[in-house]
Design a binder for this molecule. Structure first.
Ligand code: PLP
Length: 381
């Protein structure tokens, strides 16, 4: 075996070493982690559905019908009625001809990008897109061009050099570490000819923004102009998995070519059944989304009064950018001592020098929870 000690020591020395906390019980604002009761502000369970009893009940019933394992890939005999119905319902939810389930969002991006572009093509990506889109571009063999975050002029410059082959524009809808929304109404204008397409990964937008949770492009009024929508089910939906939605032609192409779809076992059907219940709740969850907006406003108002610099985010992702990894880590540890769980996000997850506390809110938080967070932040600042 190769020696790995040097790498590990180096990570430790730079405060980039990653560790895991062992958490007990269900997802929710109050969680016991590493044996200590915590008030958590780091989950992606934005609507508080992960521990929703109706989802657990659907899953329990479905295990009686289907058992646990799906047994095989979708193209063998793993594609159940539950998967099929969920795909149809997701397609209706986002107003597309078809949707295709993937086992994770990471795999959805890998499979989709590498099915659509190759060596002679371009992937043109916002600087801050999720790691899975970067890995997807690399896997595809296409030339990867990145433009400054949300900067249309920079995008135009990149496009000018990408003059041969296909051009796949990729962006997060809601950016996962910043919480801001991509300028989608502008971006769609650059994907209107036969050699271009736009993929929007709205992992943090579906369920949270847009009318009835239909996502970022819906919020910005350009929903119908996005060619390829990617959504994940492990965040606001509270379950697990992901989907890609678009035209019939797109989905058929993915079924033929997306290797992370073809060569992997289908999700457990019971997870798909729980997600069908979740989708119904998501569509009816305007009250939860209103509550979230209230909590976000309360936090932003309070943090501004404390003199903190907030990022330009109206979503439940409210990062406090600290700068150095060491300081971000120290601050996260201080918060943990006061019973507040917020993880320090460090490079390479975010660019060098922009380590941060990624604070997230859930509809299950209360006003008092937000006030408690603000109180502790004031002490630590
Ligand atoms: C979380 C996330 C993914 C990955 O989804 P998983 O289902 O967790 O694999 C992809 N894209 C973005 C923008 C994400 O935030």
């Amino acid at each position: 075996m190769f020696p790995l000690q040097d790498f590990l020591k180096q990570q430790q020395a730079q405060d980039l070493y990653r560790t895991r906390k062992v958490c007990e019980g269900q997802q929710g604002p109050r969680q016991r982690c590493d044996g200590k009761d915590m008030l958590s502000f780091c989950s992606n369970d934005y609507l508080g559905l992960a521990a929703e009893p109706a989802l657990a009940e659907s899953m329990r019933k479905a295990t009686e019908k289907y058992g646990v394992g799906s047994g095989a890939a979708h193209l063998v005999n793993g594609h159940s009625q539950a998967h099929h119905a969920l795909e149809e319902e997701l397609a209706a939810f986002v107003g597309r001809e078809r949707a295709l389930l993937f086992s994770t969002g990471y795999m959805a991006n890998l499979g989709t990008v590498s099915a659509l572009v190759g060596r002679n093509d371009y992937v043109i990506a916002d600087k801050l897109v999720h790691a899975s889109l970067i890995d997807a571009a690399k896997l595809s063999g296409a030339k990867l061009q990145r433009y400054q975050h949300c900067d249309i002029d920079a995008l135009e410059q990149r496009l000018a050099t990408a003059d041969k082959g296909k051009r796949l524009l990729v962006t997060d809808g809601v950016f996962s570490m910043d919480g801001d929304i991509a300028p989608l109404a502008e971006l769609v204008k650059y994907a209107r000819d036969d050699s271009s397409a736009l993929l929007v990964d709205d992992a943090h937008g579906f369920g949270v923004v847009g009318r009835h949770g239909r996502g970022s492009a819906d919020q910005l009024g350009c929903h119908d102009d996005v060619d390829i929508l990617v959504g994940t089910l492990g965040k606001a939906f509270g379950t697990f998995g992901a989907f890609v939605a678009g035209s019939d032609e797109l989905i058929e192409t993915l079924v033929q070519k997306a290797r992370s779809y073809i060569y992997t076992t289908a999700l457990p059907p019971a997870v798909a059944e729980a997600t069908r219940t979740s989708l119904k709740l998501v569509e009816q969850a305007d009250d939860r989304r209103d509550k979230l907006q209230q909590l976000i406003k309360r936090f932003r108002h309070g943090a501004t009064q404390l003199g903190m610099t907030l990022s330009d985010s109206q979503t439940p992702i409210q990062p406090l950018v600290i700068g150095s990894a060491t300081q971000a880590l120290r601050m996260s540890e201080q918060l943990a001592q006061a019973g507040i769980l917020v993880t320090a996000i460090r490079p390479p997850t975010v660019p060098e020098g922009s380590a941060r506390l990624r604070i997230t809110f859930s509809a299950s938080h209360t006003d008092q929870d937000v006030d408690q967070l603000l109180g502790v932040l004031e002490q630590c600042a």
